[in-house]
Write a protein that binds this ligand. Structure first.
Ligand SMILES: NC(=O)c1ccc[n+]([C@@H]2O[C@H](COP(=O)([O-])OP(=O)(O)OC[C@H]3O[C@@H](n4cnc5c(N)ncnc54)[C@H](O)[C@@H]3O)[C@@H](O)[C@H]2O)c1
Length: 258
């Protein structure tokens, strides 16, 4: 712990679980004041309570946030500012992953995936940036995926949404480059979180076989851990990354190097 996020106020969408919850723990441990936003209230509050106040003076609270609603984003941003006095940092992390190919994807799963993964990221940036300007600058990390860079045969809307996140990040980074707001994307490989089970169990493949196929595609031969993603974002949101914007940080055990 070195207090790398001291003085920063961080809103994390989808912070009740997996990669988002790891961001909350890692950022608070580095001195950040964290607001966890999620539709899962009980889990989100549990993560915030578990963090409490850290040795670096970090802390965490929870706000109900549905990233598909601009009104909900406005409420969450207001809550961050009323609790902590400002907003400097946003982790656009909330996401869903639903299996479906070109002909098997349903309209409902397409609409949901685009609304949460893609539109939710746009809404989040739009809601947070005015407060970042008031705070004198800020940093945003949009969580995309290796599936925002390379394809696979059975997650059409997920690829569409995560590819969009990658390029929305670069477009927004250019728009705000001279205004003190840095915007970058992070691209996880396969990370050990609940999304893995909910996504891949619907494929009907036995869990062990699915895991083996993931291991075989990952040069490091294992799943990633949520904290390994949070630590990448930590760099991008810290002042150490003061000249980094519009960049994409791949954290995938070597998958996309092949
Ligand atoms: N786990 C992986 O292998 C992996 C790989 C690449 C990218 N990602 C991305 O990382 C992010 C986090 O995924 P995770 O693995 O931690 O999954 P997860 O299912 O553990 O967490 C996702 C969180 O998003 C929340 N969420 C869903 N819809 C929401 C909405 N409308 N409003 C607010 N919150 C909502 C969920 O309640 C949940 O807490 C996602 O964007 C995902 O696409 C994950």
């Amino acid at each position: 712990m070195t207090g790398r996020m001291e003085g920063k106020v961080v809103l994390i969408s989808g912070g009740a679980s997996g990669i988002g919850a790891a961001h909350a723990r890692v950022f608070a441990a580095e001195g950040a004041k964290v607001l966890i936003g999620d539709i899962q209230e009980a889990m989100g509050k549990e993560v915030a309570d578990g963090i409490g106040v850290t040795n670096s003076g970090g802390q965490a609270a929870f706000a109900t946030l549905d990233v598909t609603s601009e009104a909900s984003w406005a409420d969450a941003v207001r809550k961050a500012v009323s609790l902590y006095g400002k907003l400097t940092t946003l982790i656009n992390n909330a996401g869903v992953a639903i299996l479906g190919g070109l002909t098997t994807e349903t309209q409902a799963s397409w609409d949901k995936t685009i609304a949460v993964n893609q539109q939710g990221v746009w809404y989040g940036m739009r809601a947070a940036i005015p407060e970042m300007k008031k705070a004198g600058g800020g940093a945003i990390v949009n969580i995309s995926s290796v599936y925002g860079i390379i394809g696979s045969p059975d997650m059409l809307s997920y690829h569409a949404s995560k590819g969009a996140v990658r390029l929305m990040t670069k477009a927004a980074a250019l728009e705000y480059a001279t205004q003190g707001i840095r915007i970058n994307s992070v691209h996880p490989g396969i990370i050990q979180t609940p999304i893995i089970k909910t996504t891949f169990s619907s494929s009907g493949a036995p869990a062990e076989a699915v895991l083996q196929s993931i291991y075989s595609k990952t040069p490091m031969g294992r799943l990633g851990q949520p904290e390994e993603i949070a630590k990448g974002s930590l760099f991008l949101c810290s002042d150490d990354a003061s000249f980094v914007t519009g960049a994409e940080l791949v954290i995938d055990g070597g998958w996309t190097a092949q």
